[in-house]
Structures are given as structure tokens and as C-alpha cells.
Design a protein around this ligand. Structure first.
Ligand SMILES: NC(=O)c1ccc[n+]([C@@H]2O[C@H](COP(=O)([O-])OP(=O)(O)OC[C@H]3O[C@@H](n4cnc5c(N)ncnc54)[C@H](OP(=O)(O)O)[C@@H]3O)[C@@H](O)[C@H]2O)c1
Length: 163
């Protein structure tokens, strides 16, 4: 099973503010939906609260330390390893780690692929993607998108595979 990370980050690696995304990017939300549809998505409990619903067509695995945490229609794990094992057990071929910062930090060293949206702005953020070494990755795709009425900032969408 491939372990992939999906993340949108700004020029300072900012990814969130007050448990929300710091931007509105319609194209990125659509891309996220297309990428993750029919797959297992792994997230931290705070990201789940931020999304606020079960994403249709995806199996959501929420990571929490709280042994009594439950969310209707979702699977719960108590570690990243536990979440990966759940997806693997269900025959997943590509599982997507979708945040937030604490889960990205754990997943980055073992991720095989990065679906990265670079947001060309310095937004007000209070959570950040971990430092990462571009030299460990090979770019497989790069798409530049301009600002328009549905996309607040210009973005570059990249797919990076681990060397
Ligand atoms: N830009 C993007 O692409 C993107 C994507 C996703 C999220 N975000 C943003 O990121 C922010 C949320 O990120 P965050 O880092 O604050 O929270 P998070 O990673 O989503 O969730 C943190 C929670 O995960 C659980 N957890 C963390 N480490 C654990 C471990 N080792 N073992 C078991 N459980 C563990 C804990 O849940 P319990 O407290 O229940 O124990 C912890 O409170 C929001 O602003 C959101 O909008 C941005």
C-alpha cells in the first residue's frame, strides 16, 4: 500500500489558522475530492472536527489518544501505525494522510508520495507543515493555477514521489 500525503501550504509552510484553512481555494477542494474519492483518508481528531462531517465516498480514519472517542461512520485509531494497519487490512492500495500538522509530522518520514498545493501567499497561520527536504523527492507533475473569483491566491499543484 502506498502512503500519500495531501497538503496545501503557504510560503511559510502555514496550513491552518484557528482550526480552519487560512484560504478559500475552490480548485484545491475539488482536487482533494478527486484524489481521495474511494480511498481511506487518515486524519487527526482536530482536522476531523475542522471538516465537521463524514466525507462521502471515503473511509475516514481518525487518530485520537482518547480511547473512548467515537465518530459515527468513521474508523478510529490511536496511532498512525494503527491507522495504516486498518487501511491495509481493508485492502487499500493508496491511503491518504490529510492532516493536520501533528499527523503530517509523524507521516512525512514514511510517506511515498506528496500531493502538494503550494499557496503563493504568506497567510496568518498558527499550524505548520514540518520542514521537508525537496531533495528527497522527484516531481512527477506540476500545474500552475492563477487567482480567480473562486481561488483566493495563485497556487502550484505538484505531485512528488520519494526518490
Ligand atoms: N492546509 C491543509 O492541507 C490542511 C490539512 C489538514 C488540516 N489543516 C489544518 O490543520 C489544523 C489542525 O492540525 P493540528 O495539528 O492542530 O491537529 P490534528 O493533527 O488534526 O489533530 C491533532 C489530534 O490528533 C491526535 N493525535 C496527535 N498525535 C497523536 C498520537 N501520536 N497518537 C494518538 N493521537 C494523536 C490527538 O487527538 P486527541 O486530542 O483526540 O487525543 C490530537 O489532539 C487546522 O487548522 C486545519 O484546518 C490544514
Amino acid at each position: 500500500m502506498i502512503l500519500s500525503i495531501v497538503v496545501a501550504m503557504d510560503e511559510k509552510r502555514g496550513i491552518g489558522y484557528k482550526n480552519r484553512l487560512p484560504w478559500y481555494l475552490s480548485s484545491d477542494l475539488k482536487r482533494f475530492k478527486k484524489l481521495t474519492m474511494n480511498h481511506h483518508v487518515i486524519m487527526g481528531r482536530k482536522t476531523f472536527e475542522s471538516i465537521g462531517k463524514v466525507l462521502p465516498g471515503r473511509t475516514m480514519i481518525i487518530i485520537s489518544r482518547n480511547k473512548s472517542f467515537e465518530a459515527e461512520g468513521c474508523l478510529v485509531a490511536h496511532s498512525l501505525e494503527g491507522a495504516i494497519a486498518l487501511a491495509q487490512k481493508e485492502g487499500e492500495d493508496e491511503a491518504f494522510v490529510i492532516g493536520g500538522a501533528t499527523i503530517y509530522r509523524m507521516a512525512l518520514p514514511r510517506a511515498d508520495r506528496l500531493y502538494l498545493t503550494q499557496v503563493h501567499a504568506a497567510t496568518k497561520a498558527d499550524v505548520f507543515f514540518p520542514e521537508w527536504d525537496e531533495g528527497e523527492w522527484v516531481e512527477a507533475q506540476r500545474i500552475e493555477l492563477p487567482v480567480d473569483e473562486k481561488n483566493q491566491y495563485p497556487t502550484t499543484f505538484r505531485i512528488l514521489n520519494r526518490k
